[in-house]
Design a protein around this ligand. Structure first.
Ligand SMILES: *[C@@H]1O[C@H](CO)[C@@H](O)[C@H](O)[C@H]1NC(C)=O
Ligand SMILES: *[C@@H]1O[C@H](CO)[C@@H](O)[C@H](O)[C@H]1NC(C)=O
Ligand SMILES: *[C@@H]1O[C@H](CO)[C@@H](O)[C@H](O)[C@H]1NC(C)=O
Ligand SMILES: *[C@@H]1O[C@H](CO)[C@@H](O)[C@H](O)[C@H]1NC(C)=O
Length: 289
């Protein structure tokens, strides 16, 4: 596979926005859109539409609301026909499975010895929750749905397993990949098709932050350069998450989303990342912007 850059964070925010707008009354009016079809300013893959399924449990609260409900990989109603049809409608929808808590999930594979317990609220823990667990029967059910719906799955692995987090938010020690390897072996053994395996959630640059609003995983050109140079044989795709729309609670979210010049503000970051990917010695880029 050639290398690409997936703007997954952007998609995440679009999804959050549509979710929020359900509760409020939208104003409807007629409008006219003019498109200059002669001058393309960029190219995208045919399967560029993406969405995320996250791990957050119902107890996760932000800005005074606990908005996740039963929307997690662990508790989503997989028999819901609206969900199935929504995924099908975007076929092939890229579904990224992950988020902050992915780096606290263990997989209950046959060779895992630990008890499989759910995430629990604990403010002293990194990200506010204890370690959680993916039971293999749940993984089977998820894959049955994904296959039926024709989704392309990108699974975010726990890249902090076996590493210890220092008080400054940096992670030390080697990654223990045993559990991840075991999940991949299980998955291959079951013939589930996984489009991509992602390593960690927003662990680039300065490292791990314990609060969502803390700086972590922001664009750091030198970090990306070094990362690409050191992973030339094992890396196909680079992802970079963006939060340029700000938090979902922002009163001006609608204006920002509808303002192309505001959205263009992120262009330089991706141009810079694109240049790093393109000039990386052993890593050829195919993505146009
Ligand atoms: C979990 O923690 C959050 C924030 O720390 C808090 O708002 C919420 O009420 C807690 N939920 C439960 C079920 O304890
Ligand atoms: C890595 O994790 C596995 C459990 O998944 C454990 O059995 C093993 O001892 C760990 N290895 C190291 C080096 O800590
Ligand atoms: C996976 O696919 C292979 C080859 O198509 C087949 O032989 C095998 O039985 C399948 N395994 C499962 C668990 O479905
Ligand atoms: C690029 O690949 C070549 C040949 O496999 C290797 O010798 C070289 O060290 C690689 N360069 C980097 C920066 O990884």
């Amino acid at each position: 596979m050639g290398s690409q850059i997936w703007p997954l964070g952007l998609c995440f925010f679009m999804c959050v926005y549509s979710f929020i707008s359900v509760g409020s009354k939208a104003l409807v009016g007629d409008g006219t859109v003019f498109i200059d079809g002669k001058a393309a300013i960029g190219r995208i893959d045919d399967d560029f539409v993406c969405a995320t399924l996250d791990w957050w449990p119902p107890e996760k609260c932000d800005y005074g609301t606990c908005s996740w409900g039963h929307a997690s990989l662990l508790n989503l109603d997989l028999g819901n026909n609206i969900l199935l049809n929504a995924i099908k409608a975007f076929s092939p929808l890229k579904l990224r499975l992950g988020g902050t808590l992915q780096d606290k999930v263990i997989y209950d594979t046959p060779d895992d010895q630990q008890p499989c317990v759910a995430f629990a609220n604990k403010s002293s823990e990194m990200f506010g929750f204890t370690q959680g667990c993916l039971p293999m029967n749940r993984w089977d059910e998820l894959n049955t749905l994904f296959k039926k719906a024709g989704a392309k799955i990108i699974f975010g692995l726990n890249a902090l397993y076996g590493r210890s987090i220092q008080s400054d938010g940096s992670a030390v020690g080697a990654w223990n990949y045993t559990n991840a390897e075991s999940l991949i072996r299980y998955t291959v053994g079951k013939n589930y098709t996984i489009h991509g395996w992602e390593l960690g959630n927003e662990l680039s640059g300065n490292g791990v932050g314990t609060e969502l609003q803390q700086i972590r995983g922001f664009f750091d050109a030198n970090w990306f350069k070094e990362f690409l140079d050191k992973t030339s044989k094992s890396l196909d795709v680079v992802t970079h998450h963006i939060y340029n729309l700000g938090p979902g609670v922002d009163q001006h979210l609608v204006e920002k989303i509808l303002d192309p010049s505001y959205l263009d503000g992120e262009g330089n970051t991706f141009r810079s990342l694109h240049n790093i990917v393109r000039s990386s010695v052993n890593f050829s880029s195919c993505m146009g912007w």
